[in-house]
Structures are given as C-alpha cells and as structure tokens.
Design a protein around this ligand. Structure first.
Ligand SMILES: [Zn+2]
Ligand SMILES: [Zn+2]
Length: 138
C-alpha cells in the first residue's frame, strides 16, 4: 500500500491521516459545493472504512441535506474556517476530504465530474473526464 494520505486545514489545527486508498475521486458542481468552496466546484477524495482514518484537532460541524435525503455533515476548522472533511448519513463508513487540504494535492486524480447540471460556463474541466448531470448511477 502507498503511504498514508495526510492533510488538514489552512492553519494546521485540524489534521487527518488516512491509511487507505480512495474509492472515488471527483469534482462536484452542485450548488452546495459551490457555496462552500467559494468557486465553481468542490474536489474530493472519498475513503472507505472509518477505522483507517485518524483525526486530530477539534473540527466544528454543520449539516446539509442532499437531493436524496442523504445528510452531509461538513467538518471545518473553527479557527481558520477551512472545510476539511465530510461524512454521510446514508453511507456512515465513508469519509471524504477536500483535495486541496492534502499535504500533497498532486495525489488527487479526478475520475469524474458530478452535478454538471449546476455548472457554470466559467468552470471548465478536462474534456476526457466522464461527466454526470447529477450523481453517477450507483
Ligand atoms: Zn485551521
Ligand atoms: Zn456537490
């Protein structure tokens, strides 16, 4: 297995270390991701198995309900405000981290773009990436 995925918020108060490989990496253009990122999309690595995740520091949380009733709990640093990770009520084993919160953001390799129905003309992606109007079919 490759080395752990490590990262955290901008000020360093909230940190994570994940000793698993991501099950999915992708960009999301939904309104929720736009509002939280302050730009056209969010970029996430999603990991299986909470036991492989070590968290350090005190994150604050807030919830938002997705289209399908899935409640997404967003964790952010109360000091610097950076979004760091999120969890899902319908898939409690999964944890996603924001791509640029990685110590080495170059490890992020997007596999698809979701919610392109909400995308803006100024937010463009690699034409080779698969695109989904909403979420990909499970
Ligand atoms: Zn911080
Ligand atoms: Zn989204």
């Amino acid at each position: 297995m490759s080395k752990a995925f490590t990262g955290g918020c901008a000020c360093g108060a909230v940190r994570y270390e994940i000793s698993a490989e991501p099950v999915f990496m992708g960009d999301c253009q939904c309104r929720d991701c736009q509002l939280r990122s302050g730009t056209g999309h969010g970029s996430y690595l999603t990991f299986p198995g909470r036991p492989s995740v070590k968290l350090a520091g005190e994150a604050k949380h807030w919830d938002v309900a997705g289209d399908n009733g899935n409640v997404k709990t967003h964790a952010f640093c109360p000091t610097c405000g950076s979004p760091v990770y999120l969890t899902f009520s319908l898939m409690p084993d999964l944890l996603s981290v924001h791509a640029a919160s990685l110590d080495d953001p170059g490890r992020y390799k997007p596999q698809a773009v979701t919610y392109t129905v909400r995308g803006h003309a100024w937010d463009r992606f690699d034409p080779a990436l698969p695109k989904f109007e909403k979420m990909p079919p499970m």
